[in-house]
Design a protein around this ligand. Structure first.
Ligand code: CA
Ligand code: CA
Ligand code: CA
Length: 605
């Protein structure tokens, strides 16, 4: 153990003992605003196996029938709602106040071309939108999970999908290399199979006209490809209206850009015609019913940018209204506008044009990874703070954007740190991982912890490679890699509340909960640089305007500098790390940090 590691642990020791768990009663938790939460994001299949009897989802046969193969990264591993419920202590002990879980709706168990099959363990291949997948349990077990979380004062956020269903619909045309996208101009709604084809759907204007009278004239879905539902799957989807190809785009696979981003199938997943008012009403009923039946607290919306903004403009207020009527005034909705770029304008744009209250903050993820890895300075983080004005509601609106460091698609934070800083040893990576989590838990936005990050999971890449289980894994591509900050690997159970990352997150989550400046305060950048070094911001209590100075050292050497503070901030108390206890003069504070250190310094009132 070298100096850097000792430094991180010393900062941790300063924070004191185990933090108190949130003591909110069921009556209180509904009153918490979205920005007061710390969210734990979990794939139910990979978190805890509470009932081995449901591992095959009630299906018989090999893994291509049941989807179950705990030795293959693309198949079900056995985790379920019972396991999630039984381990709520572990999640609450981490300081999380809300759980976002990947979709639990019934999925098509296995999909993909022969030899390249994988399972719906991730939950994004839905067939029945009204029921829990039997691999995860029953609707009754879902209710038990929600009620158990609520009894602890914790919230539950469902991951929902509107853009597509499982791949059920096929096309009659024979295509050797998949089904290339067929555009609206080349294959208008008014002709069968292209502009020279026979006239169909007479009188249908355009799909931008939501009038039911317009859509009554849409009767033939074979304008581009000729869609059909294979024999035996005619009633695969619930509710039943979803089985009709009329409610899908049927234009072939997306190439991810331009028109096809909204209209194309994701590698065969049936892309829904979300412009159709029948579809809008159908989804308001589907997801409104989960609010009514279970009293859930929010939605994370998958693939939100592949759905027309007009859909969200109607869907979002309908859900917020439904929640209010159920006694849930702070229902939180956040969309996935996925990008690997630093692009706050893209994310903020969807809060305006689509009325999505918030979107997962991919901009923060990029800026934090760049800064915490030491690959570049903190200039992107400074720019990220500046760009908050772009959101609907400006900097106030930015407070409810969920921030994160890694996720199930792009990859884990530690994996990015390793990629961007290949020379760093395990000790430096752990210190940088802690630094990143300190940023996540103190800067603006709703912190989201991707499950397993608190146990030092790294992973060899994104997607399937970033979805290790917390219970003992049999996947060779997971188990060949040691965890950060631990002698363990994923070959054993990892629910260790003593892991240095688990402890750090728990301590800082407690600081966050008790410090309104960190949940709801405005942010002022005090110091940033295009080279590794000090990144310092002040945040302010929204009521008292008491200042809290946050300082992060992204360099491998100790750093010291004077920073501007409010003239009235004369004395400081450390909430984490080490702080100068007095200002040098009104308006000036010396910040000194160890290599990769951080500090949270609150001005005395
Ligand atoms: Ca199970
Ligand atoms: Ca779409
Ligand atoms: Ca399909």
């Amino acid at each position: 153990m070298g100096i850097r590691h000792l430094t991180a642990l010393a900062a941790l020791a300063l924070l004191g003992g185990t933090p108190p768990a949130p003591a909110d009663t069921p009556a209180d938790y509904r009153a918490r605003a979205p920005q007061e939460e710390v969210v734990y994001f979990v794939l139910p299949d990979r978190f805890a196996n509470g009932d081995p009897r449901n591992d095959r989802g009630g299906l018989k046969g090999d893994r291509l029938k049941t989807g179950f193969d705990p030795s293959a990264k693309g198949f079900y591993h056995g985790g379920d709602l019972k396991g999630l419920t039984a381990r709520l202590d572990y999640i609450q002990g981490l300081g999380a106040t809300a759980v976002w879980f990947a979709p639990v709706f019934r999925n098509k168990p296995v999909q993909g071309p022969p030899g390249d099959e994988s399972a719906g363990y991730h939950g994004y291949w839905i067939t029945d939108f009204t029921r829990v997948d039997p691999h995860f349990g029953s609707n009754a077990e879902f209710k038990a999970f929600v009620d158990a979380a609520h009894a602890r004062g914790m919230k539950v956020y469902m991951d929902i999908v509107v853009n597509h269903t499982a791949d059920v619909i096929q096309y009659r045309e024979v295509a050797k290399d998949g089904y290339p996208y067929r555009s609206k101009a080349d294959y208008p709604f008014s002709r069968k199979g292209g502009v020279t084809g026979p006239a169909i759907n007479p009188g249908f204007g355009d799909d931008s006209d939501p009038a039911p009278a317009n859509w009554a004239r849409m009767v033939d879905p074979a304008f581009a490809y000729s869609p059909y539902v294979p024999k035996g799957e005619e009633a695969a989807k619930v509710p039943a209206w979803l089985n009709d190809p009329l409610f899908y785009h049927n234009r072939g696979n997306t190439d991810w850009v331009g028109e096809s981003s909204g209209y194309g199938d994701f590698m065969g997943l049936d892309d829904i015609a979300t412009e159709n008012p029948r579809v809008l009403a159908g989804f308001i009923e589907i997801y409104g019913s989960w609010i009514d039946r279970f009293g859930i607290d929010g939605f994370r919306i998958d693939t939100a940018k592949h759905v027309n903004p007009e859909f969200w403009q109607a869907f979002v207020p309908a859900m917020l209204e439904r929640a209010r009527a159920r006694g849930i005034p702070n229902f939180h909705i956040f969309g996935e506008i996925a990008t690997s770029d630093f692009d706050p304008a893209l994310l903020a744009g969807w809060t305006r044009k689509a009325g999505l209250p918030s979107n997962l903050d991919f901009g923060f993820a990029v800026a934090a990874v760049q800064a915490a890895s030491g690959a570049r300075g903190s200039d992107l983080l400074a720019r990220w703070v500046d760009d908050d004005v772009l959101y609907e509601g400006g900097a106030r609106g930015a407070l409810i954007q969920p921030t994160f460091l890694g996720n199930h698609d792009a990859g884990r934070f530690a994996m990015f740190l390793k990629q961007l800083n290949p020379k760093a040893d395990a000790e430096e990576l752990l210190a940088r991982d802690m630094l990143g989590h300190a940023m996540l838990l103190t800067l603006r936005g709703v912190p989201v912890i991707y499950y397993g990050e608190e146990q030092g999971m790294i992973g060899h890449g994104g997607d399937q490679l970033a979805r290790q289980s917390l219970f003992a894994s049999k996947v060779p591509q997971y188990n060949d890699q040691p965890l950060l900050g631990s002698a363990a690997t994923t070959a054993q159970d990892n629910y260790n509340p003593q892991h240095p990352l688990y402890r750090l997150i728990a301590e800082l989550a407690a600081v966050r909960r008790e410090t309104p400046a960190l949940t709801s305060g405005r942010t002022l950048v005090r110091r940033s640089s295009d080279k590794p070094g000090l990144f310092v911001v002040s945040r302010f209590d929204p009521v008292t305007w008491r200042e809290v100075v946050l300082a992060f050292n992204t360099a491998n050497s100790a750093q010291t500098a004077r920073v501007t503070v409010a003239a009235r901030s004369l004395e400081f108390t450390p909430l984490a790390g080490q702080c100068s206890l007095k200002a040098d003069a009104p308006g000036s504070l010396t910040v000194t940090l160890a290599p990769l250190g951080f500090a949270v310094c609150a001005a005395k009132p």
